[in-house]
Design a protein around this ligand. Structure first.
Ligand SMILES: C[S@@+](CC[C@H](N)C(=O)[O-])C[C@H]1O[C@@H](n2cnc3c(N)ncnc32)[C@H](O)[C@@H]1O
Length: 220
């Protein structure tokens, strides 16, 4: 493909790829259902990121909880959890001897041990099928603490810029909350931080989809 050759040439010259090209590559990968293994291997950007988001997410977690973090990056959350918590880490790539490697874009998702809290800080943006991940987590945890940079509804350039960052979905805050609700998680707390929304969701024992199934059957 000519555009792939052009991109390789730019990379060889040490130049950054223009956003529309980066967006094309991400979109290509998204359609193929593949995660960005190469993009996740480096740690430079992760080291530069501030601890602030992890500190805020850690505050949403109750003491004495079992906590499972997906996409831990540099593992900053673990350092800010109440000391009485038990913490386990999953990531697309191995980040330490304790990391369990999981690809949130592979299907079927692996069976995961039950915990009180699942944490997704800066990770949902990289998940191709968010509804099926959240449905899977319904069998795993009672609470989900997550961050997300909401998309600007119906803006093509916003989507292109998101793909340029390697992000593979475009939910507004309302759409994301509705997705969690359909999979059985009710929002209990939100916080705005630097253009991101931080969420705490709580598991409902009856999922919205099950409720609508029952209503439909009632009509039969
Ligand atoms: C932006 S970093 C966030 C790191 C950390 N959670 C934080 O809040 O600073 C995104 C993390 O998600 C991981 N990740 C990206 N795609 C993933 C996937 N498909 N499955 C599992 N982890 C993934 C990356 O390896 C990286 O550690």
């Amino acid at each position: 493909m000519t555009w792939l050759r052009t991109l390789r040439q730019l990379r060889r010259q040490g130049r950054r790829w223009p956003i529309p090209f980066l967006a094309l590559v991400t979109e290509h990968r998204r359609r193929a259902g593949r995660s960005d293994f190469a993009g996740c291997e480096g740690t430079r950007d992760l080291q530069l990121a501030s601890d602030e988001r992890s500190i805020r997410l850690a505050r949403m977690i109750l003491p004495r909880s079992t906590v499972l973090e997906f996409g831990l990056g540099m593992g900053k959350l673990g350092a800010h959890l109440p000391p009485s918590c038990e913490y386990r880490e999953y990531d697309l790539v191995s980040r330490s001897s304790g990391t369990l490697v999981v690809d949130l874009n592979s299907r079927p998702l692996p069976s995961i041990e039950q915990v009180d809290f699942a944490v997704l800080g800066g990770v949902l943006e990289y998940v191709i099928d968010v509804p099926s991940l959240v449905s899977h987590l319904h069998n795993v945890c009672d609470r989900i603490v997550a961050s997300y940079v909401p998309a600007k509804s119906g803006r093509l350039w916003d989507s292109v810029k998101r793909r340029g960052k390697g992000w593979v979905n475009d939910y507004t805050t309302d759409e994301l909350c509705a997705t969690f609700l359909r999979s059985g998680f009710l929002i209990v707390q939100t916080e705005e931080w630097q253009g991101q929304t931080l969420f705490s969701f709580k598991k409902q024992h009856v999922r919205q989809v099950e409720v609508s199934d029952r209503v439909d059957h009632g009509r039969d």
